[in-house]
Design a protein around this ligand. Structure first.
Ligand SMILES: *[C@@H]1O[C@H](CO)[C@@H](O)[C@H](O)[C@H]1NC(C)=O
Ligand SMILES: *[C@@H]1O[C@H](CO)[C@@H](O)[C@H](O)[C@H]1NC(C)=O
Ligand SMILES: *[C@@H]1O[C@H](CO)[C@@H](O)[C@H](O)[C@H]1NC(C)=O
Ligand SMILES: *[C@@H]1O[C@H](CO)[C@@H](O)[C@H](O)[C@H]1NC(C)=O
Ligand SMILES: *[C@@H]1O[C@H](CO)[C@@H](O)[C@H](O)[C@H]1NC(C)=O
Ligand SMILES: *[C@@H]1O[C@H](CO)[C@@H](O)[C@H](O)[C@H]1NC(C)=O
Ligand SMILES: *[C@@H]1O[C@H](CO)[C@@H](O)[C@H](O)[C@H]1NC(C)=O
Ligand SMILES: *[C@@H]1O[C@H](CO)[C@@H](O)[C@H](O)[C@H]1NC(C)=O
Ligand SMILES: *[C@@H]1O[C@H](CO)[C@@H](O)[C@H](O)[C@H]1NC(C)=O
Ligand SMILES: *[C@@H]1O[C@H](CO)[C@@H](O)[C@H](O)[C@H]1NC(C)=O
Ligand SMILES: *[C@@H]1O[C@H](CO)[C@@H](O)[C@H](O)[C@H]1NC(C)=O
Ligand SMILES: *[C@@H]1O[C@H](CO)[C@@H](O)[C@H](O)[C@H]1NC(C)=O
Length: 838
């Protein structure tokens, strides 16, 4: 139902592509013969491949989304109003990659929402009733690429036909770019799980659904092996549950040798030299499955390709495991050394599985578990890479239905509960800043929606002001930390004696009036959240009751307590205690009387917050984040900083909520922070997409958006506004450049902000939004500058000298890249100002 697009942007070098008769790199609708993209690659015009020029025009997009990597091929398009074909002469013996590039936008006054069409390649249907507009919306990307692998075309003639849908008048078809690239045959028969039949993948055409470098990092198309220009993504977004094992890389002295039956073009070195395994603790490993979950279209057969390369052990029966595909045993006693003969030798296995169309069947599960019966030396499993391909069905079809864009996410984000009909989706595509092609991100988003749908959240959205970590990896694990693993080290009895309080079930029952529905203030995948009072009515609390469920749940519960109980700070929402009794898993948090920061800014009937309060709240939140980044044992990156995650207690003290946990696993390369792309639109660090690497500067970016939200009292994204204003970050930066920031500040604040204070505040916010993380200040610098802004508000006389220091400080911050260390001067100043300022 949700086709996942594996995108690749920089396939084979231009010289090769233009010379090789089998390779075509075509920019459709290009008005010149040849154009060059941002990577220096040459794209040819599509004219000489068109079989007919009636009912087709070339057109230029009327607007250029900032996230487009290059004007070519995206800004020009070929429009079709009746069925039209391209014809290419191809090698009759080679398998082909076919990549289709789409940028849904307004072309020649045709609306992007009117493009409904099918695409076929000879007899194979690639897309049907396809809306690139809906697809882009669901992916939250301005543009996207679909990748197919076609069996050799014996006639030597590839005919790609675009047919506008006939359902309604005015529907049209379009395409921006086409790549056709010869590839070696990389498929062979695969066992159909759970039968002993085979699927002869070698003579079937496929669509690439997922391609992951398990335990490793993003691999760009230019770094792929065999000039196949594939993109490999980090696997963390697909991991199921908190028990995600550990990642590691090949030791320097392990050299990876491709054997005869696994040529180097099967997968690059980067895939085989990193891996994920279950962890050190045999008893923990026996109690969980290392699991990846993918969302796929039903009614298709899929080829799941697993890449292995043992990096640590050398002998047979050291690491032996079972492989499950869709909960069926695909392989018992997998032993990589037995397959590959030696350490450092790559090998791969293909399994085919059928995904039917029934409730719960749109998922594809891949799970590993130690083979206890084989009595190996280590109860562990390993995986280095994973690919999923959709196989064309008997009728020569690869097309699935259009995805359903996540309304929940969308509405949640806009908080436009009061007038949903006003939401005009059209501008959002153009409006999302910095949304590059990030499949990982796409999936994270998708799961937010999908999980919600599946678990039937009903109409209620999780109470925004509560910490909602835990339960589902996809929706809730927001943060990562590097360093020692906490997995398996939770020890509730230790916590009981320590900071965390242990409640009896009876106490909880009294507090929640026996879990009476009238007390429910939030519903989530993890179960309900209740308000309650403890200590005889003295203390108000929020109580999260987990659904009594799997083993997985228990582990997450323990990890959550373990992590949270170590994070204590005035500006972080804190865990008061827990209850583990009778199979119940219950967490008790501070109650935040004044709700979220957002509801005090706009679209509510609450009185407007005075500027000084707003500043103090920003300072509090900055302190909380600064602590997460530098004060705890691990660097903790929040990943979802936004105004609904900043809560206010009854004294208006800001507390950051929803900071994270769940992600465990030491990394042998301690510098690597594994990324699970996660966050909210409008707040997302553009660099995070580009580099797929997470640093605390991503939080700084999001916090910059929060600062403007506080100043302007409008949402981070508001699609009802004219296009250039949709994204607050873009709009504020534009206004700042034009010297017109005053024009967009909250009308209720006009004339109430001291000009010097406003200058300091907006300079700070602008710095936070710097395109490159290294140019952004650290959270400590931000804190320092906000405190200084507060000073300027209260004592405007405090002149030029101090101001100069502040500017100097923020500029130093900007060059000091991603240091984790507390800037001493900022501590000192923040203390000075705290005493003076309040
Ligand atoms: C290309 O394919 C379409 C549909 O399969 C067919 O109608 C058309 O005649 C073909 N064109 C050529 C030139 O083979
Ligand atoms: C693939 O090969 C098998 C036998 O090798 C044959 O039965 C089948 O028809 C072939 N399928 C296609 C689509 O050519
Ligand atoms: C390709 O790999 C090299 C070395 O591993 C690295 O320096 C380079 O940045 C990579 N290129 C891309 C585009 O990621
Ligand atoms: C190679 O690495 C292994 C551990 O990964 C270590 O035990 C061994 O001593 C190393 N050998 C050399 C020659 O460095
Ligand atoms: C899957 O196939 C079944 C039976 O052929 C059909 O009823 C169902 O609509 C199909 N589902 C999709 C999503 O195409
Ligand atoms: C596999 O099993 C899990 C629970 O054990 C279930 O939630 C999931 O839906 C199953 N997946 C499939 C594809 O049947
Ligand atoms: C692992 O997955 C298999 C197949 O779904 C299932 O039978 C088994 O119970 C799972 N084991 C654990 C510990 O979850
Ligand atoms: C075409 O796609 C749209 C949007 O997903 C859907 O509403 C419509 O029912 C589809 N039409 C057909 C004939 O499948
Ligand atoms: C493994 O984990 C279990 C349960 O968490 C614990 O009791 C045991 O001490 C651990 N073993 C090792 C070797 O760490
Ligand atoms: C948990 O902590 C207690 C007290 O420190 C200790 O006695 C016990 O052995 C620990 N249990 C585990 C499984 O680590
Ligand atoms: C829940 O509370 C309401 C009033 O507070 C009461 O009328 C109702 O009976 C309670 N429900 C249950 C199931 O206890
Ligand atoms: C903030 O909390 C205080 C104390 O609970 C309460 O009196 C006040 O009405 C709240 N303000 C708003 C706007 O909710």
């Amino acid at each position: 139902m949700f086709p996942l697009i594996i995108a690749s942007l920089i396939p084979i070098s231009c010289s090769q592509s233009s010379r090789n008769s089998d390779s075509f790199v075509i920019s459709c609708g290009l008005s010149s013969n040849v154009g060059t993209d941002a990577d220096g690659r040459k794209w040819r015009s599509d004219y000489r491949f068109l079989t007919s020029s009636t009912n087709t025009i070339n057109s230029t997009a009327q607007s250029q989304d900032p996230s487009l990597p290059s004007q070519i091929p995206y800004m020009s398009a070929r429009i079709f109003t009746s069925p039209t074909s391209y014809k290419f002469q191809v090698s009759p013996t080679n398998r082909l990659w076919l990549r289709l590039h789409f940028y849904p936008s307004e072309y020649s006054s045709l609306l992007p929402s009117q493009a409904y069409f099918s695409v076929s390649a000879n007899d194979l249907t690639l897309l049907n009733n396809f809306s690139s507009f809906i697809t882009a919306k669901a992916l939250t990307q301005a543009y996207f690429i679909k990748e197919y692998s076609l069996v050799p075309i014996q006639s030597g003639e590839l005919n790609i036909t675009f047919t506008p849908s006939m359902q309604q008048n005015g529907y049209y078809a379009f395409i921006n770019g086409i790549e056709i690239i010869s590839m070696p045959e990389i498929f062979k028969p695969a066992i159909l799980v759970p039968t002993d039949q085979f699927v002869d993948a070698g003579n079937l055409s496929m669509q690439t659904m997922f391609r992951l470098n398990v335990g490793g990092q993003y691999i760009a198309p230019t770094n792929d092996s065999g000039r196949l220009s594939r993109t490999w993504y980090d696997d963390t977004p697909y991991l199921f549950g908190a028990a995600s094992g550990i990642t590691f890389g090949a030791d320097k002295n392990v050299s990876i040798q491709y054997p005869f039956d696994t040529p180097h073009y099967i997968a690059p070195l980067g895939v085989y030299s990193t891996a994920r395994s279950m962890g050190q603790n045999a008893s923990v490993n026996q109690n969980y499955n290392l699991t990846w979950v993918f969302h796929v279209d039903p009614n298709f057969t899929y080829i799941v390709r697993l890449h292995f390369c043992e990096l640590l052990y050398t002998r047979i029966n050291q690491r032996v495991f079972d492989i499950y595909v869709n909960n069926q045993t695909a392989q018992v006693t997998a032993d990589v050394i037995a397959w590959a003969q030696s350490k450092g030798v790559p090998t791969y296995k293909d399994y085919a599985t059928r995904v039917n169309d029934g409730p719960g069947d749109e998922e594809l599960w891949v799970a590993l578990h130690p083979s206890v019966s084989a009595k190996p030396e280590f109860y562990d499993a390993i995986l280095n890479g994973l690919e999923v391909f959709k196989v064309s069905d008997n009728s020569g079809n690869l097309a699935g239905p259009n995805p359903i864009p996540s309304n929940e996410l969308y509405e949640n984000e806009l908080a436009n509960k009061f007038n949903p009909s006003k939401i005009n989706p059209a501008p959002i595509i153009g409006g999302i800043a910095g949304g590059a092609v990030g499949v990982a991100f796409v999936v994270a988003v998708f799961f937010v929606f999908y999980r919600k749908k599946k678990q039937d959240y009903g109409n209620e959205v999780v109470a925004n002001w509560l910490p909602t970590y835990g339960s589902s990896h996809f929706t809730n694990s927001k943060s990562v930390f590097s360093g020692k693993s906490t997995m398996g080290s939770s020890n509730l009895s230790y916590l009981r004696q320590g900071l965390c309080r242990h409640f009896s079930l009876q106490e909880i029952i009294v507090a929640t009036k026996n879990f009476n529905n009238s007390q429910v203030i939030g519903v989530g995948g993890f179960g309900n959240v209740y308000k309650g009072v403890i200590d005889g009515g003295v203390t108000k609390v929020a109580i999260k009751r987990s659904n009594p469920s799997s083993e997985q749940g228990v582990m997450e519960f323990q990890t959550e307590i373990d992590m949270l109980s170590k994070l204590r700070h005035k500006h972080l929402v804190s865990l008061i205690g827990f209850c583990e009794e009778n199979g119940e898993m219950i967490l008790v948090y501070d109650h935040m009387a004044n709700g979220t920061l957002r509801e005090h800014l706009y679209r509510s009937n609450k009185p407007a917050l005075p500027w000084k309060n707003r500043l103090e709240i920003c300072i509090g939140a900055a302190r909380g984040l600064h602590y997460l980044h530098t004060g705890a044992k691990f660097i903790i990156i929040h990943r979802d900083v936004k105004t609904t995650n900043i809560l206010l207690d009854d004294k208006w003290v800001a507390k950051v909520s929803d900071f994270g946990l769940s992600k465990t696993g030491p990394n042998l390369h301690q510098t690597h922070v594994s990324t699970m792309v996660k966050g909210s639109f409008g707040y997302l660090d553009p660099e995070y997409f580009r580099r797929q690497q997470l640093t605390e500067k991503s939080d700084v970016y999001s916090f910059g958006v929060v600062l403007f939200e506080v100043l302007c009292a409008r949402p981070a994204l508001d699609p009802s506004l004219p296009k250039e204003q949709v994204s607050l970050a873009d709009w504020a930066l534009l206004c700042q450049r034009q010297g017109n920031l005053e024009g967009i500040i909250d009308p209720k604040l006009r004339g109430k902000i001291n000009p010097q204070c406003l200058k300091k505040f907006s300079e700070t916010a602008v710095k936070c939004l710097a395109d490159h993380g290294a140019e952004r200040p650290s959270m400590g610098d931000v804190l320092w500058n906000l405190e200084f802004a507060l000073q300027l508000q209260e004592n405007p006389g405090e002149g030029e000298h101090a101001n100069a220091i502040a500017i100097l400080d923020i500029e130093e911050g900007s060059t000091s890249s991603t240091t984790n260390e507390l800037d001493d001067s900022s501590v000192v100043f923040s203390q000075i100002f705290e005493q003076k300022g309040r």
